[in-house]
Design a protein around this ligand. Structure first.
Ligand SMILES: NC(=O)C1=CN([C@@H]2O[C@H](COP(=O)(O)OP(=O)(O)OC[C@H]3O[C@@H](n4cnc5c(N)ncnc54)[C@H](OP(=O)(O)O)[C@@H]3O)[C@@H](O)[C@H]2O)C=CC1
Ligand SMILES: O=CC(=O)O
Length: 316
């Protein structure tokens, strides 16, 4: 029996699987000082951690000398110090694949929402402003026939491409370290993707190379009147540069599921911007997919603690 620290809510059935085999303590350090103190107090004995959305720093690892495995309930691993984990022999598991289609649906919903002004026009009705047929000033922009540029062409990027090319008749180009063999998507350098796309959608992981990737130069390279969508990680975008590109009229709109700081601060200009559609990081947030993520993360944890190779290891 190992000591397991659960640092984010787990569905009851998955928690029960862990409790059946291990000694479990639940403490979510994002839920106030009491929970944070309980989390810190549990670290010295913890052999397994499971949770997400909290930065596990080298300083925290120093407090957890018995730790063998961290199982994150996410595919993104930017909250974890990968090199430190490798050095300390701690396994990091994550949840690839089970959230791909749902997150691609969210990215495509953002593409549609920004192009067809869905949120703005729904508010037009809700706020009692629909008193005649809308005029040109409220018209949207076709998606079919347009060029979609995808930044980061992994599992989610490719699932977005399939929707765009096969479902919506879009031309798809992408920027990725390596080409992917798909008949309906063309590998191009970053600058060409930015310059040729009507809509740019980022599905990038956050790492040293992608942090701040979209800055002033990159937004200027985008077409006049183009749309920017982000379903990857907020910190891949320099938000002041995005705001400047929107305010100058260079970009038509942006639709964002992720932000440099989450939850989005109350005073962020992105929150109220008339041409920004902002979602609260819901890429994978459906009942089915969150359950599948929790199940895979739990299986990963139990396998690692049993000395087996986990189903989805990121490092270790
Ligand atoms: N909004 C949300 O709720 C969600 C957001 N995400 C985010 O989406 C990201 C992608 O997930 P997923 O598709 O499963 O991951 P993958 O690892 O399958 O895809 C990421 C792709 O980005 C590529 N890439 C890495 N660095 C660069 C770079 N500098 N320039 C261009 N491409 C690069 C990778 O290439 P290579 O493999 O060669 O390194 C890979 O092809 C996650 O890391 C996470 O941050 C994920 C789920 C939900
Ligand atoms: O952002 C979500 C993830 O799974 O990564």
């Amino acid at each position: 029996m190992s000591k397991v620290l659960v640092f984010r809510e787990l569905p009851r059935d998955q928690l029960a699987r862990i409790q059946a085999q291990h000694d479990v303590l639940i403490a979510n350090p994002r839920k106030g000082p009491g929970q944070k103190a309980a989390f810190d107090a549990a670290l010295p004995a913890a052999e397994g951690l499971i949770g997400s959305s909290y930065a596990i720093t080298p300083a925290l690892l120093d407090q957890a000398p018995r730790l063998k495995v961290i199982s994150t309930i996410s595919v993104g691993v930017d909250n974890y110090p990968i090199a430190e984990l490798r050095q300390r022999g701690i396994t990091l598991c994550h949840t690839p694949g089970v959230l791909t289609e749902t997150t691609a649906d969210t990215v495509f919903a953002l593409i549609m929402a920004a192009s067809r002004r869905i949120v703005e026009l729904a508010n037009h009705v809700r706020e009692g402003r629909w008193d005649r047929n809308i005029g040109e000033d409220l018209f949207g922009w076709d998606v079919h026939g347009k060029t979609l540029g995808i930044l980061g062409f992994g599992r989610i990027g490719q699932a977005v491409a399939r929707r765009a090319a096969l479902g919506f008749g879009m031309r798809v180009i992408y920027h990725n370290p390596r080409p992917v063999d798909l008949p309906y998507a063309v590998h191009r350098p970053l600058d060409a993707v930015l310059a040729e796309s009507d809509i740019v959608a980022a599905t990038l992981p956050l790492n040293d190379k992608t942090r701040g990737l979209m800055g002033v130069r990159e937004f200027e390279l985008m077409k006049q009147g183009a749309i920017f969508v982000n379903g990857g990680r907020g910190a891949t975008v320099q938000e002041p540069a995005l705001l400047a590109a929107l305010d100058s009229g260079h970009l038509r709109a942006a639709a964002l599921d992720v932000f440099a700081t989450e939850p989005l601060p109350l005073d962020s200009p992105l929150r109220q911007h008339p041409r920004v559609t902002a979602l609260p990081h819901i890429g994978s947030a459906t009942y089915e997919t969150r359950q599948a993520m929790a199940e895979l993360a739990t299986t990963n944890l139990l396998q690692a603690l049993a000395g087996e190779r986990p189903s989805a290891v990121y490092a270790g």
